[in-house]
Design a protein around this ligand. Structure first.
Ligand code: ZN
Length: 193
């Protein structure tokens, strides 16, 4: 189980608002604060709202694929894709990209596994509260990462960074590392700090 911390600042002084959901609390919260599940007293921000598309659908059921890549401008990248075959199919496809033009299919897996991965990203790592970019002023060793979420009938959502990492970076790597490991890739993102 992932330890609960604030996706904005990484601190653990987090208040779960759900058990406190009395009328008094509702009266105190502004309308745009009620949608959040948690409050961080370290940085005074809310998080943990349900992710919605621009046209008002819940995001998670409409995610058609994920792409994660991490690496280094000098040493190369590892990229992994997760793609549903078509809506309501019971399997999805994992691909590994060696470069921009060559893609290697690694196999089909049951969709439940992809759903579990997506649930972890949103419910445990609070992906919807992440910044789009985590860029340090200078990326001295050229490390770079990007996570792309593909959503049906909606623009893809991208989260990326250079040396800067989100508060849940280690947890993110723990989610994807088993897939990189199963490929026996030499250039593994686990070498990134
Ligand atoms: Zn915080």
């Amino acid at each position: 189980m992932t330890k609960l911390k604030c996706p904005h600042c990484g601190m653990t002084d987090v208040i779960d608002l759900l058990p406190l959901s009395t009328d008094l609390l509702w009266e105190r919260l502004a309308e745009d604060e009620i949608k959040y599940r948690y409050y961080c007293s370290s940085c005074d921000k809310y998080f943990g709202a349900t992710a919605y598309t621009k046209d008002g659908r819940q995001v998670i059921p409409y995610i058609s694929g994920l792409c994660f890549y991490a690496g280094n401008y000098y040493k190369g990248f590892s990229q992994i894709n997760f793609r549903r075959h078509y809506p309501n199919c019971c399997t999805y496809k994992i691909c590994m990209c060696k470069d921009d033009t060559h893609e290697e299919t690694l196999g089909r897996r049951p969709c439940g596994e992809l759903s579990a991965l997506i649930d972890s990203l949103y419910y445990n790592l609070f992906l919807d509260d992440w910044l789009e970019t985590y860029n340090s002023v200078r990326s001295e060793d050229g490390t770079y990462w990007k996570l792309i979420v593909y959503i049906e009938d909606e623009e893809k959502r991208e989260y990326s960074g250079t040396q800067e990492h989100p508060a849940y970076w280690k947890e993110l790597m723990d989610l994807f590392q088993p897939y990189f490991d199963s490929m026996g890739r030499k250039c593994s993102p686990s070498t990134m700090k």
